[in-house]
Each structure stands twice: as structure tokens, then as C-alpha cells.
Design a protein around this ligand. Structure first.
Ligand code: NAD
Length: 500
């Protein structure tokens, strides 16, 4: 069985752990690889390498750092298909979906190549007589990224391109469920000319995470994953003196106003709820039609489309969605449908007990698309994140009721409204207490030069990811005030200096 190792100081590293975890192909349900789970001493080896590489890398001209990232970006353009295949084999998502993930990650690399521009400081001449002042942004040191299974390439790339471009060194701790893509990325960065130790990968579980959170030489931690772990990472990291940004789970609502184009809404919902088998933090999992007539008409349009979803492995190009990540996650997702049914929701399309007939894939972790109507706020299937291809319909009678519903939920990652009414759209975007908003756009994931992040229990920490927020997170400001001998006064002054 193939062993997936760490990547430390420019090379593959097995470390000293005797703990391994199976990595499954979710399309077939077989364990095809095994990943090593780091010990605290493996983590220390990576931190030592990253710390040693930092002084030289941080002083490397930003343009030179950017050129290395540019070469890495070109490799990604050329070999995106190869990376997408690695993603699909361990995650299960379709090839086109995986390729889309690579492209969205690559766009952050593209943004990071403009480091010489965004690292330009500020200069003020004559802040006092003969006194000038300038502000620059400097790197922090060793930064860490801890990432989830659902975007094994894009989410790490929300982090490390900006961290490296700004002069930090980096340790990635990818999800142990789909760890192979991280190694390919590390090898390609080395090929692009990145010096050894600047980018490292440590494979592992909680042991590795805790060692990183407690290591005195780790300066900043970026995390994306579920809310309970995000909270834990933020609390533990900040208690250990680190800068932390921790993005958590989601429950994204789409409000459908009576004037919306329902064909457009149905198409948008199909992609947003069932794309990537619903395993996206920006998936729409709750549709909120305003008025029963809208709800009934929408359901009529959705039912045949959900029933016609092609569910299969990524190797079949006709698949609309693949399997879920693990057998445990499949059981959890279907458990939420059971609980919705018990609590009184109407199962309009039932994806449970879907049987994959394609030969060789019968034991994969597949579920069909599910549509639940008459879901209410008190139900567990509404309150909690399902993270599967399950769309709930919560009926509301007015725009205000829909907004109140969104505001009552603990998560606030993304949301959307579908309407032709400019006033409704404007009020929604201004007043809704959610971090990312779509107006007739179902999955409003910000581009690389803007920043990604939710509000409330979908984030812990002050900075969103990539764009200028990423630059702020990975740098600290230094302000220097200068005076040259000709401007100096001759006598000592003991009062607070002022312009006078
Ligand atoms: P997860 O929280 O289980 O794991 C994320 C990372 O944390 C992994 O690297 C994992 O090894 C580590 N981890 C898990 N348990 C830990 C523990 N007890 N102590 C320390 N570290 C631990 O998340 P997941 O299942 O891999 O990913 C799905 C979740 O991620 C969903 O909740 C989804 O909404 C969320 N997500 C959020 C965003 C966002 O931008 N807000 C983006 C993608 C995914």
C-alpha cells in the first residue's frame, strides 16, 4: 500500500511515527493508501526547518519571491488535470469540479505574485521639522495552515501563497482524509525554485495540530474546518500567543422572492446544493421561498432535476456528483434525513439507500440528492450543518420573516437572494448579518483579490482569508521615524515631542 509521507526541508520525510491512517478511495470504498500521522517531534523537525529558512526568505526581494510563485502558477496551469485527478481519487468529487478547485486556488497564487505592489509601504515627509516617517509591513516568521478535506488544494492556497509572498515560511497540515495533493503541491513549489524549508507539509491528526498550536516558534495559525475545531484552534492558539484566523462551518440560506425567475432559481439551486455532493462550506443547504405559491412552484421544478442527478465516480465524465468522503460521513448525512423525517419534515425526494450499479463502484459512499420540505427552525436537521446533498425548504410568508430566519441561525458564512427588485436586493446586501452575500448569485465565493470569510460562528478571529485581509494577517506593521543631524535640536527635551 502506498505510504503518504511528510515533506520537510525540500524532501519527503517519514518521521519517527508508528501511527498510520488508511486513505480511502470513496468511489470504490477501498483503502488504497496510508498516511503517516506525525508525532510532536516530527512537527518540531518541520518547525526547525521553517524557522531556519525564514531569515533568508524574508529578506529575499519581494519580486524574486513573486517570480517563484509565478513559475509555480505556470506549473499549475500546465498540470492542473494531474492535480485534479489526485484530488478526485481521494475526495470523490468530479474531475471538472476538482479542476475548478485548482483554478480558484491558482488565482490566489496569481494575486500573491503582485506582492511587490501590495507590500509597498507608506511614507510621510516632514512629519516634524526635518523629520520623516515611513510604515512597512514585515513577515511574522513560521506560519501554519490546518485545512479540511473538502478542498485539499484550494483552501491551503487561500493561505500559503499570501504567507510566502509576504516573506513568511509555512507548514501545511492537510486533512488526513485526502493528503496526497499537498505533497504534489510541495514538489511543484520546489521545482518552481522555492528554497528548502520555506514550504513544508506535516501529515497528521490532533497530535500534530496540538504540537503546532503549542510550539513556541509558530507565530500564526490559519485554520479552516468545522466550528467546534475552529473554536478550539482559536482558543488554544491565542492562549499560546499566536495570531489566529479560524474559519468554521456553515448553513447557507437562499431567499427566493415571488418576483424571481424560478427556472434560474432551480438551476442555481441544483448546482449550489448538490455540486460536490453538498460538501462545500458555501453550498446552499436551505431554500427560503417567500410564499407558498413560490415554494410549490419551485418544488415542482426541482423534483425532476434532483431525480435525474447522475451520481457516480469521477472517472465517469457524465457524473454530476460523486460519493461522500467516508462511510461515517455517509451515515451521518443520512442520519440527518432520518431525524428530519422523525421531526415532521416532508421528504419530497429521498436520496437514502441509493445503490451504485456501476461495476467496481458498488461499495462507494454514495447517496442520492434529497429534498426536504416543511423543515422548521427547531429541527436538528435545520440547526446543524449536514454537509451533504440535502436541500431543506423552510417556507416563509414575507421578506422580513426570511431575514429574521437567517439572523436567528448561529452560522453566517454565505447567503443569497434571488429577486428582480433592486430595493430588496440592496436592502438585503446592506442589512443581512452574513459575511458573503449573493444577489442572484448562489455561491458568492469572493475572488482571490477580495477576501473570503463569514461572520458569527463561521469565523473566530479578525481577519478573512486572501486578498488584502490575507496580507494584513500575515504581516505586522513597523513604523520608522527618521531625523538626520542637520535637523537635530541642540538641547535635551524632556516633554512629550509634539509638532509645537
Ligand atoms: P474538521 O474540523 O473535522 O477538520 C479540519 C482540520 O482539523 C483537519 O486538518 C483535521 O485533521 C483537524 N482536526 C480534526 N479534529 C481535530 C481535533 N479534535 N483537534 C485538532 N485538530 C483536528 O473539518 P472537515 O470535516 O475536514 O471539513 C468540513 C468542515 O469544514 C465543514 O464544517 C465545513 O463547513 C468546513 N469548511 C469551512 C470553510 C469556510 O471557509 N468557512 C471552508 C471549507 C470547509
Amino acid at each position: 500500500m502506498t505510504k503518504i509521507t511528510h515533506f520537510i526541508n525540500g524532501k519527503s520525510e517519514t518521521g519517527n511515527s508508528d501511527r498510520f491512517q488508511d486513505v480511502f478511495n470513496p468511489a470504490t470504498g477501498t483503502a488504497e493508501k496510508s498516511v503517516v500521522l506525525a508525532t510532536a517531534s516530527d512537527v518540531d523537525t518541520a518547525v526547525v526547518a521553517a524557522k531556519a529558512a525564514w531569515p533568508k526568505w524574508s529578506k529575499t526581494p519581494a519580486l524574486r519571491r513573486a517570480r517563484i510563485l509565478d513559475r509555480f502558477k505556470n506549473i499549475l496551469w500546465e498540470r492542473g488535470d494531474q492535480l485534479a485527478e489526485v484530488i478526485s481519487l481521494e475526495h470523490g468529487k468530479t474531475h471538472d469540479d476538482a479542476l475548478g478547485e485548482v483554478t480558484r486556488g491558482l488565482e490566489v497564487v496569481e494575486f500573491a505574485t503582485s506582492a511587490p505592489s501590495f507590500l509597498k509601504g507608506e511614507f510621510s515627509e516632514n512629519v516634524g521639522t526635518g523629520v520623516d516617517s515611513y510604515m512597512i509591513r514585515q513577515s511574522l516568521g513560521v506560519c501554519v495552515g490546518i485545512t479540511p478535506f473538502n478542498f485539499p488544494v484550494m483552501v491551503p492556497m487561500w493561505m500559503f501563497p499570501v504567507a510566502l509572498a509576504t516573506g513568511n515560511t509555512f507548514i501545511l497540515k492537510p486533512s488526513e482524509r485526502d493528503p496526497s495533493a499537498s505533497i504534489l503541491v510541495a514538489e511543484w513549489m520546489t521545482e518552481a525554485g522555492l528554497p528548502d524549508g520555506v514550504f513544508n507539509v506535516v501529515q497528521g491528526d490532533r497530535v500534530a495540530v496540538d504540537a503546532l498550536l503549542h510550539h513556541q516558534d509558530v507565530k500564526a495559525v490559519s485554520f479552516v474546518g468545522s466550528t467546534p475545531i475552529a473554536k478550539y484552534i482559536h482558543q488554544t492558539g491565542t492562549a499560546n500567543g499566536k495570531r489566529v484566523q479560524a474559519l468554521g462551518g456553515a448553513k447557507n440560506h437562499m431567499v427566493i422572492m415571488p418576483d424571481a425567475d424560478l427556472d434560474m432559481v432551480a438551476n442555481a439551486l441544483m448546482g449550489a446544493a448538490f455540486g460536490s455532493a453538498g460538501e462545500r462550506c458555501m453550498a446552499i443547504s436551505v431554500a427560503v421561498p417567500v410564499g407558498d405559491a413560490v415554494a410549490d412552484a419551485l418544488i415542482e421544478k426541482l423534483v425532476p432535476q434532483i431525480a435525474a442527478l447522475k451520481i457516480g465516480p469521477s472517472v465517469d465524465p457524465s457524473s454530476d456528483m460523486g460519493p461522500l468522503i467516508t462511510a461515517q460521513h455517509l451515515a451521518k448525512v443520512e442520519g440527518y434525513i432520518d431525524s428530519g423525517e422523525r421531526d415532521g419534515a416532508k421528504i419530497v425526494v429521498d436520496g437514502r439507500n441509493f445503490k451504485q450499479k456501476k461495476q467496481g463502484y458498488e461499495n462507494g459512499y454514495y447517496t442520492g440528492g434529497t429534498l426536504m420540505d416543511r423543515v422548521t427552525e427547531d429541527m436538528q436537521c435545520y440547526r446543524e450543518e449536514i454537509f451533504g446533498p440535502v436541500l431543506s425548504i423552510v417556507r416563509k410568508n414575507s421578506y422580513q420573516e426570511a431575514v429574521d430566519l437567517i439572523h436567528s441561525h448561529e452560522y453566517a458564512n454565505g447567503t443569497a437572494v434571488f429577486t428582480r427588485d433592486g430595493d430588496v436586493a440592496r436592502n438585503f446586501s446592506q442589512d443581512i448579518e452574513v459575511g458573503m452575500v449573493g444577489i442572484n448569485v448562489p455561491i458568492p465565493v469572493p475572488m482571490a483579490f477580495h477576501s473570503f470569510g463569514g461572520w458569527k460562528a463561521s469565523i473566530f478571529g479578525d481577519h478573512h482569508m486572501h486578498g488584502m485581509e490575507g496580507v494584513r494577517f500575515y504581516t505586522r506593521i513597523k513604523t520608522t521615524t527618521t531625523r538626520w543631524p542637520s535637523g537635530m535640536r541642540s538641547n535635551p527635551e524632556f516633554a512629550m515631542p509634539t509638532l509645537g
